[in-house]
Design a protein around this ligand. Structure first.
Ligand code: AMP
Length: 197
């Protein structure tokens, strides 16, 4: 299986669709947000550094994130491909990822972009705040995360398009989670020359 980079704004469903893809195809899954939250929970040095950024809706500095990602990648089985969820978020991270994979004889695979309108995103994130109690899911921090997404992450979409690996899925067109999943699975199978699930 090709590697998959799952890309989209906060609340676009990156975690949810990553889980579904992982369960269907048995791929590895690296969520940088989950890695950081685990570090915070365990009170590690890295967790202490990350917390300040996360609580402010800011990104963790690139070099730190790139080092964390390489460690994670090397400790994951890569035989069935890996889903990158929440990484890369900047062009520097994308370039580092491409280089890191090339050094290991692997490549970026395909990028899946989730397009969801901001009103739906805000509604979902506020609902998630009530269910999961994530500290960064309050309205003020969400607005900052949207601003960071627009300025630092969204430009990456074009970077992936230029790499010729961008595949876009629009909530406004698919309308339901099942509709999105069906379209995503179809595209993954097409890219992999038809996979048995
Ligand atoms: P997420 O769970 O992917 O929404 O990530 C939660 C927070 O973790 C983000 O708002 C960032 O502060 C931080 N984070 C996660 N992944 C990255 C990344 N690739 N680069 C920088 N910061 C990140």
């Amino acid at each position: 299986m090709k590697n998959i980079i799952i890309f989209g704004a906060p609340g676009s469903g990156k975690g949810t669709y990553s889980e579904e893809i992982k369960n269907r195809y048995g791929m590895g899954h690296i969520s940088t947000g989950d890695v950081l939250r685990a570090e915070i929970k365990n009170g590690t040095e890295l967790g202490k550094i990350a917390q300040g950024y996360i609580d402010n809706g800011q990104l963790i500095p690139d070099q730190l994130m790139i080092d964390i990602l390489a460690l994670q990648y090397d400790s994951h089985p890569t035989g069935k491909g890996v889903i990158f969820d929440g990484f890369p978020r900047t062009i520097a991270q994308a370039e580092a990822l491409k280089r890191m994979l090339a050094e290991r004889g692997h490549d970026l695979g395909m990028m899946i972009e989730l397009i969801v309108g901001e009103d739906v995103l805000m509604e979902r994130l506020l609902r998630r705040a009530q269910i999961e109690g994530r500290a960064d899911d309050n309205e003020e921090t969400i607005r900052k995360r949207f601003a960071v997404y627009h300025s630092q992450t969204e430009p990456l979409s074009k970077w992936f398009a230029a790499e010729g690996i961008r595949h876009t899925f629009d909530w406004g067109v698919c309308k339901t989670k099942e509709g999105m999943l069906e379209a995503i699975f179809q595209e993954i199978e097409k890219e992999n020359g038809g996979v048995e699930s």
